[in-house]
Design a protein around this ligand. Structure first.
Ligand code: HEC
Ligand code: HEC
Length: 507
């Protein structure tokens, strides 16, 4: 465990501190700010923040003793090749990396994703388009929720997905295949990442396509894909590559019959190990908490104070939900972010089927309707567009909405969204969500602070703080290369995703 830096020991007046407003006035001064004054401000900021860190129980290290697989382990290396192969999609036109590419911070740089039937399956990012002659074309994205990053997936303990529908239970892992949300799925595997990887391949819009194993269940889809990789049974002869020796090495099974070796359970175990190796948390913030006072700017320090403090202490209380060193409580909250896109096929009050009930899609009932899992904030500056429906492409706009959703909704600028985005249901759907927030506020069950008033400087400080949560290594293509599958002497995959941005940049 990391040692917390305590420049002055515990700050004795931590509960009756000068307001942040005062502090900001002092530290920005009137332009005359001499270096002596800056040193004093920096020192007092450090002292204030140190006491706040102790109070919040932060040590800067979100890994907290977890064992993280190395990307060089054969199982993770196999998982990397599987993550990048279009052979796991029904029609050979999408890979996991289509929506979760390391060069795009583990996401797809799109508000909402396009999976199968892209015009150019290897084109990733904002220029990716859906084929106009393909099934379900409506001019816009085909998947209803934003692709979250796969970076740091190993650090989620409670659940995966925006609504947490892959969830750790004492008895195992619940998934959409479970008989109920409180029941473990016997085939879920050992980790959340492996359990999650069972689902994209069964979704028509993400990877399955519209004809593959048509009318059959998830098991048929997965078994077929495993048989394809192993070149046996229903999948025999569909591809030319020989995956068998990679599986033999990864699972240390030199003689096991191929049908027992290349199972979908083993496919997702490997993909899960690859994803779990993507832990990138060496942030300036971590260095700061571990004692390097110069690792972050004064603006970031002021932002951190705002983030951690309650409103009656001059703060914005972000850590009511974005708590701990991974900046999430793993819980579900209603924040009334804009509802755009196709939605999850559930009705709003006027009967249109483009609403998204969030967490209650999985657990039922009204209590968690429109609630989504609190995102972790490590690397957040790189994972936009943001929000469960990707409705923000700019962090300041997001934060202003987040702090005041009622006026955020009233002033939301649909014109800033990418062309083709389905927005016809925006007013109805988001209006219903905002009403639900107001009901919760009336009942005292919302954790979202009401009536916060933040200055322009406060927003800039919060963003400076969020910037300090990005691991600079994820901006370095050389560093990321270890997590990108390439055809090489070890293995050549004719279905490898050769990602590019459509403007000459090859990933
Ligand atoms: C078409 C785009 C697309 C493809 C292809 C895709 N995903 Fe995703 N992924 C998403 C979206 C969208 C979500 C969020 C869905 C939700 O929460 O309801 C998601 C969620 C996830 C999550 C959960 C992250 C979290 O923080 O909860 C993981 C892990 C993940 N995907 C891994 C994979 C793997 C492994 C594959 C390949 C087997 C894959 N994805 C293929 C779009 C995609
Ligand atoms: C009541 C709990 C709660 C509070 C308080 C809260 N957040 Fe959030 N935050 C969430 C949830 C839930 C989401 C996802 C909402 C969605 O996508 O529908 C979110 C989304 C975000 C996002 C977008 C992340 C992404 O990956 O899409 C950022 C950035 C963020 N919050 C920062 C903050 C900051 C800064 C504060 C304080 C000013 C704050 N939050 C206060 C719960 C909260």
């Amino acid at each position: 465990m990391a040692v917390i830096f305590r420049p002055f020991g515990r700050w004795a007046w931590s509960t009756s501190l000068p307001t942040l407003a005062l502090l900001s006035m002092v530290s920005c001064g009137s332009g005359s700010g001499g270096s002596a004054e800056n040193v004093v401000n920096s020192l007092s900021l450090d002292a204030l923040l140190t006491s706040q860190l102790i109070q919040a129980g932060l040590d800067g290290d979100p890994i907290d003793g977890r064992i993280i697989p190395e990307i060089t382990e054969p199982l993770a290396e196999l998982g990397k090749r599987l993550f990048f192969t279009k052979s796991l999609s029904g029609d050979f036109d999408a890979a996991c990396a289509s929506c979760h590419h390391p060069r795009l911070a583990g996401g797809d740089a799109m508000a909402l994703p396009i999976g199968t039937d892209a015009v150019d399956p290897d084109l990733l990012g904002p220029l990716r388009a859906h084929h106009s002659a393909a099934e379900d074309y409506d001019g816009g994205p085909t998947v209803p929720r934003n692709s979250p990053t796969t970076f740091n997936v190993a650090l989620w303990d409670e659940s995966l997905f925006w609504d947490g529908r892959v969830q750790n239970l004492e008895s195992g892992i619940a998934t959409p295949d479970s008989s109920s949300s409180g029941t473990a799925d016997p085939l879920a595997g050992n980790t959340l990442a492996a359990a999650q990887a069972r689902f994209p391949v069964t979704n028509e819009e993400e990877m399955r396509g519209f004809t593959f194993e048509y009318g059959l269940n998830n098991t048929a889809v997965r078994d077929h894909l495993a048989a394809r990789l192993g070149n046996f049974g229903v999948g025999a002869g569909e591809i030319t590559e020989d995956w068998v020796s990679l599986f033999r090495t990864a699972f240390e099974e030199p003689t096991m019959p191929v049908q027992d070796l290349i199972t979908f359970e083993n496919v997702v175990a490997a993909i899960g190990a690859y994803e779990d190796s993507q832990v990138f948390v060496d942030t300036p913030w971590k260095q700061y908490v571990e004692g390097n006072q110069n690792a972050i700017s004064n603006a970031a320090k002021r932002g951190a104070l705002l983030f951690l403090r309650e409103p009656n202490e001059g703060g914005a209380a972000c850590d009511r939900c974005h708590s701990g060193d991974f900046f999430t409580d793993g819980d579900y909250h209603l924040t009334a972010f804009p509802q755009i896109g196709r939605g999850k096929g559930v009705p709003n009050l006027i009967g249109d089927m483009d609403a998204d009930y969030g967490r209650s899609m999985f657990v039922g009932g009204m209590i968690e309707r429109f609630s989504f899992r609190t995102p972790a904030l490590i690397n957040v500056t790189e994972t936009g567009p943001w929000g469960h429906a990707g409705s923000f492409s700019d962090l300041e706009t997001l934060l202003r909405y987040h702090v005041d959703p009622v006026s955020g909704f009233a002033n939301f600028n649909l014109a800033a969204l990418p062309a083709g985005m389905q927005t016809a249901g925006f007013v109805q759907n988001t209006g219903e969500v905002v009403d639900q927030l107001l009901l919760k506020r009336g009942a005292g069950t919302s954790r979202l602070p009401a009536n916060l008033s933040l200055s322009d400087r406060d927003y800039a400080d919060l963003i400076a703080f969020l910037e300090s949560l990005t691991d600079p290594r994820i901006l370095d293509p050389n560093f990321l290369e270890d997590w990108i599958a390439r055809n090489d002497a070890g293995f050549t995959d004719s279905q490898l995703l050769l990602a590019h941005d459509g403007q000459g940049e090859v990933y």
